[in-house]
Design a protein around this ligand. Structure first.
Ligand code: SF4
Length: 890
């Protein structure tokens, strides 16, 4: 990788979540990348979370796909592009345009997305292009379109600071959108009268700033917000002039909502009548309300109904599009919104136009001068992979995503793509659970090398700019797609020389014959050239021709994008469609952890991000743990009729009894069997096609481990033959959690299989056969090659300390024996589990500081530094302080 000769600070954006934080990136004279928050970016004003702050640690070349590959051999671009184009063209000629598909990603930049959509819908003539954003926010899109007539987020991030009440529903902002959480936390600190309500089955870290937590039953949201609508009517809180002038459908919606009494809502939501009434009163009495929702709402078979139930309450009260008021969908991915703008979903056209609308199809076809335009929606993600599985789709191109891990019924998806006659994958990573099945692998440029734009959750378009040279033969996604299009015979329509040219065309299409009938209009940028593209500042859409950048909101005075310009208040059905039974009595909820992203292809490269939660886990309420005979740190099997996974048990009263939480991140690259989406059924919302990833009936049973283990290793082991294992990077090597089944290798054979014990490596071991404890440590001179600790119960070894031993010198016998002991010697502090990733501060250190009288997050920051950089751990610090306070009071 070549670094720029002169240090040069580049303004760019974070590639992780939909907050879309601005970054300043540079490569210092020593070749070291430095990334920090951009104080001038309106999304974050300099703030970052732990993931953003560790970006520089994730850009190394290990594991990168650097050259095209065909059937496992390195190939040149010409050969690879010709092959892809020929196989797609032949398949289309023989079986028609719907026999091919693209599955793309919210990680792509808008320009990549634009040309992929243009090629599929305008030149191949099929709408079989869908995106992993289908799994993230398709229900929000469907809800917006049903209510507003357009996929438009009405408000801005500023509204989160201006509101007097923020309702967070299905949204763990503290971990999933940490900078928004920080903005709300700071606003609340400045205005303590601001109220925050958290609606979530789990008492997540976001509860840290909540005045009220409603631990709602899975999919109870429709009943909750229907009841709120009825309450608002009963207490005369509707804005009748707004309703009269700008909406339709209130009467029938209200009639439907009134059929549910408070008792029935309590039953449907699992909440007490008192807490329902308290929430309803607070909402009714507060004019400035923002309701924030994300995956907890969207990832449901009732996702669209939930979105409309929320929007109904805001429309009926006229609390929309005004400072501090409105429903607010927060997207998971960095460019889910950009994908929506270019029509990256199978049921949309470019520039927010509708595929079912003949006028829109005609307009797009004339603009593109394309031979055809798809005239009906294509297959949404779940249906697309079904069609791959049953042979209807014969050529599939997956770009920048990992469906073998992220799609529901993930084992079936793997089988489908394994048997697909022609699978192409463009990615930056050489080995993922998806890439390994590709006939053709195409090396894509990564974040830091790419040039283009993304749109964040508040409709703000920002530049992603390169500050590194793309390594090897890696190329931008837009270039790869355009070259394939040229080889397919569409050279005239894909002759772009830069991302700037594509963006200009995208902007021009948004304005083409747009007389205000379409919300998405960035016509002011239609003539952007390379220089102005390079200088482009973050701006919110709309930005029509002649407009000047400003903060924008929608719908405070109506102006919806329906035929009569009125919003639709829609009746919704509160009935959940999945229920537990005796065989599968627990509701599984999947989601994210603080320091990992998606399937860990980036974040697992960072040792410090890997320390916070280093293995896959199931968070279980202690009462359920008793019910299923599970103890803290046991390994548990979580099963459906279709599949099962093995994960570590974490007992937590934050979990609602009868529910279990398992994170979505772990793949076969980092664990033995922890792909949680193998458990999720392909049940989708009927409007949005979004899968229900948070309401899966499962069983839980203790896995009878014959031995538990923990190891640190300098090199990643080639094979691990344990029933349960989970691998994570640490400074100087790897850490490995283990559980062996009865019949797995004996301890010595296992240790030998794990370490590369070349000649000259000295092995120390300790065995307490009666207690079932075995310990091994291998040294190459003064350096630790690896250490393995096995026991009949979960291994009590100080993890962070053991990892540090990989970096230490071990000269004397005493120090080597300390490694075997598995804990620091006298007078050395065991930090405990990592809480603050930025400064490597552990739970034991924070607890010790609290015991010595440090009773505030600020005090912990002054004493230990924890929480003073990105701030992502501040909620956990506060939790530790509160737990100690409670213990002291008992
Ligand atoms: Fe990136 Fe964190 Fe900002 Fe999201 S909140 S964009 S992950 S820095």
């Amino acid at each position: 990788m070549e670094e720029p000769q002169e240090p040069c600070v580049v303004r760019t954006t974070c590639p992780y979540c939909g907050v879309g934080c601005g970054l300043l990136a540079e490569v210092d004279p020593g070749g070291q990348a430095i990334v920090r928050g951009d104080p001038d970016h309106p999304a974050n004003f300099g703030r970052l979370c732990s993931k953003g702050a560790a970006l520089a640690e994730t850009i190394g070349l290990d594991g990168r796909l650097l050259h095209p590959e065909i059937d496992g051999r390195e190939a040149g671009w010409d050969e690879a592009l010709d092959l892809v184009a020929a196989r797609f063209s032949e398949t289309i000629a023989e079986h028609g345009p719907d026999s091919v598909a693209f599955y793309v990603s919210g990680q792509l930049l808008t320009e990549d997305y634009y040309v992929a959509n243009k090629l599929m819908k305008g030149f191949i003539g099929s709408a079989n292009i869908d995106t992993n954003s289908r799994l993230c926010m398709a229900s929000a899109v469907a809800g917006h379109r049903r209510a507003f007539g357009s996929d438009t987020v009405p408000g801005t991030y500023r509204d989160l600071e201006l509101a007097d009440l923020i309702v967070l529903t299905g949204s763990n902002l503290a971990w999933c959108h940490p900078v928004l959480y920080q903005r709300i936390a700071e606003a609340k600190e400045a205005r303590p009268q601001m109220r925050v309500v958290l609606i979530d089955p789990r008492r997540t870290m976001t509860a840290d700033i909540a005045d009220m937590h409603l631990p709602i039953r899975a999919d109870g949201d429709v009943a909750l917000f229907s009841g709120l609508l009825a309450f608002l009517a009963e207490h005369d809180r509707f804005d009748s002039s707004y309703v009269e002038a700008h909406t339709t459908g209130l009467d029938e919606t209200l009639t439907a909502a009134r059929t549910l009494g408070l008792e029935a809502i309590a039953e449907g939501t699992g909440l007490s009548v008192e807490s329902l009434a308290a929430f309803y009163r607070l909402f009714a009495d507060t004019q400035k309300v923002v309701t924030v929702y994300s995956q907890g709402v969207n990832q449901s078979s009732l996702g669209t109904a939930k979105v409309n139930a929320i929007i109904n309450c805001h429309l009926a009260t006229g609390r929309i599009g005004k400072p501090g008021m409105g429903p607010f969908s927060v997207t998971g991915q960095p460019n889910a919104m950009g994908g929506r703008e270019v029509g990256g979903l199978a049921n949309a056209l470019a520039a927010h136009m509708e595929i079912e609308n003949p006028g829109h199809r005609d307009l797009v076809q004339r603009f593109w001068r394309s031979p055809v335009v798809a005239d009906r929606p294509g297959l949404k993600a779940v249906d697309m992979f079904r069609a791959v599985g049953d042979g209807r789709i014969k050529a599939l191109w997956i770009m920048a995503t990992n469906p073998v891990d992220s799609m529901p019924e993930a084992d079936l998806v793997e089988e489908a793509i394994r048997n697909c006659p022609f699978l192409v994958v463009s990615d930056v990573v050489r080995e993922t659970d998806t890439v390994r099945h590709a006939c053709v692998k195409l090396p894509a440029a990564a974040w830091g090398e790419k040039d283009g734009t993304t749109t964040n959750s508040e409709r703000r378009i920002s530049r992603q700019r390169p500050f590194l040279t793309a390594p090897g033969a890696a190329r931008p996604d837009w270039w790869i797609i355009c070259e394939v299009a040229k080889c397919m015979g569409f050279a005239h329509a894909f002759a772009y020389r830069s991302a700037a040219e594509i963006f200009a065309e995208h902007a021009a299409l948004s304005a083409f014959e747009n007389d205000g009938a379409r919300a998405f209009d960035i016509g002011a940028l239609a003539r952007v050239d390379q220089q102005s593209f390079d200088r482009m500042q973050p701006f919110q859409w709309p930005q029509p021709k002649g407009g000047t950048p400003s903060e924008t909101r929608f719908f405070s005075t109506g102006g919806f994008y329906t035929s009569d310009r009125k919003a639709r208040i829609l009746p919704v059905c509160p009935k959940p469609t999945l229920r537990t039974d005796a065989a599968y009595p627990v509701v599984l909820n999947t989601g994210r952890v603080r320091d990992h992203w998606h399937t860990m292809t980036r974040t697992a490269k960072s040792p410090r991000l890997s320390q916070h939660l280093a293995e896959p886990f199931a968070e279980i309420h202690p009462a359920d743990a008793r019910r299923f005979g599970v103890a803290e740190a046991d390994i548990v099997r979580v099963s459906t009729a279709r599949s099962s996974i093995l994960v570590r048990a974490l007992l937590s009263a934050r979990q609602l009894p009868g529910t279990v939480f398992v994170p979505m991140h772990w793949t076969d690259q980092f664990a033995a069997r922890a792909r949680v989406d193998t458990l999720v059924p392909a049940l989708t919302d009927r409007h949005s096609g979004q899968p229900a990833s948070k309401h899966v009936p499962v069983s839980i049973e203790r896995f009878a481990a014959a031995k538990f283990g923990f190891a640190v290793l300098r090199e990643r082991p080639r094979t691990i033959t344990a029933a349960y294992w989970a691998l994570a990077r640490c400074e100087g090597g790897w850490r490995l959690e283990l559980a062996l089944a009865e019949g797995d290798r004996d301890s010595l054979a296992f240790a030998t299989s794990l370490f590369d014990t070349a000649s000259g490596v000295e092995t120390l071991s300790y065995h307490d056969v009666a207690a079932g404890r075995h310990r091994f440590a291998c040294f190459d001179g003064d350096r630790l090659v690896g250490a393995l600790f096995l026991a009949s119960e979960p291994v009590a070894v100080s993890r962070d300390w053991a990892c540090e031993q990989l970096l230490s010198e071990h000269t004397g016998q005493r120090g080597r024996m300390a490694v075997i002991a598995g804990r620091p010697g006298f007078g050395v502090v065991d930090r405990g589990a990592t809480v603050c990733s930025c400064f490597g501060v552990g739970a034991n250190q924070i607890a010790a500081a609290v015991s010595e009288g440090c009773m505030s997050v600020e005090g912990i920051g002054e004493t230990l530094g924890a929480g003073t950089n990105c701030g992502s751990c501040r909620a956990e610090i506060r939790t530790i302080i509160n737990e100690h306070r409670l213990q002291a009071a008992e």
